[in-house]
Design a protein around this ligand. Sequence first.
Ligand SMILES: Cc1ncc(COP(=O)(O)O)c(C=O)c1O
Length: 392
Amino acid sequence: MQYNFNEKIDRRNNHSAKWSEMDRNFISNDLWPMWIADMDLKTAPEVTKAIERKASEGIFGYVYRPDGYYRSAKEWCKDRFSWDIDVENLIHTPGVVPGISLMIRLFTKPGDKVMIQTPVYYPFSNVVKKNGRKLVTSSLLRDKDGHYTMDFEDFEKKAKDPEVKFFILCNPHNPVGRSWKREELAKIGKICLENNVRIISDEIWRDLVMPGHTHTPMASISKEIEDITITCFSAAKTFNLAGLQAAFLHFPRLEEREVLDTELGILDIKRNNPYAIVAAEAAFTQCHSWVDQLVEHINGNMDYLVEYVSKNLPRVRVQKPEATYLVWLDFKDYGLGKEKLSKLMQEKGKIALDDGFWFGVEGEGFERINVACPRQMLEEGMRRISKAVESL
Ligand SMILES: Cc1ncc(COP(=O)(O)O)c(C=O)c1O
């Protein structure tokens, strides 16, 4: 079956945070919404059907998660990433970020240090700091073409600090779009093993890897690395289901499970909503072809954007991402301060983008654009960026 990813979408009456809560971060709600990482694309029809079937039952009381739910997640990991996991190791959380926050609260003490690689998805630094832990950053290295790599030397130096207890890995990486290679993961994993640093591997973007690249789960590198790694994943990004609020933690340390179960019980967040269960199960069992076609669509949008930039915005630097649906645009050549660049996009371009500095100081002078949308919406976004830049 051929799916259509170019259907015109208008989410103004959809209670969409992306479309109708822009004024929390930007000058108004009238901007062209190309920020926040959710898609202006409908989920797979198979997922919608599963939700409609559930809705037609008309009863939405307390639910349990059937074996098939966990089995579907396991099979997806095996089929798509050759990662053979044990369903016993899967734990539900209401989202990846709540899962990361929970791990930090349970398995570190106030004042302990947690390392991240910046620029990176900004809730990482928030969950560390707001939980009273100390943030350690290791900047990614960027070459003259805009390709990012890990700074192993710097990372190792910082990992040697015995107060560094956890490292939050973004695999693949938002916003720089790297799909980390097995060798890179093995090297960083070895440093963590040698220095008793545990890893939280956020793999929410794992399905959206562009042709020519492959996703490697951190925990699949070796048994030793699996033991120190908690992997977070969900159907949220891939199937546009973030609003259903369900995610998995792959947590292999059975001896610590009791601590986790007790905490989930105290917070009473052990259950999820009935829609999340049927949606994820349908996604993971019936939607391989839909995801393949989605990746093709995103890849096409990325190609379009890169070509558009090279023809129309020669002072903007961009590298086609290896993964995610987010593109990291470098406006540093214009020499604008971070506030000026942000204002330029909003006031002159009438477009909402994620400002680069939200992701760390390394992001100053960058903007992140979301290309998970119909082509037409991206074309309009690029016209607006051009208009902003031409006004200078
Ligand atoms: C790297 C990363 N992790 C987690 C999330 C959000 O996950 P959740 O909504 O399940 O908390 C995002 C959303 O953009 C993300 O980019």
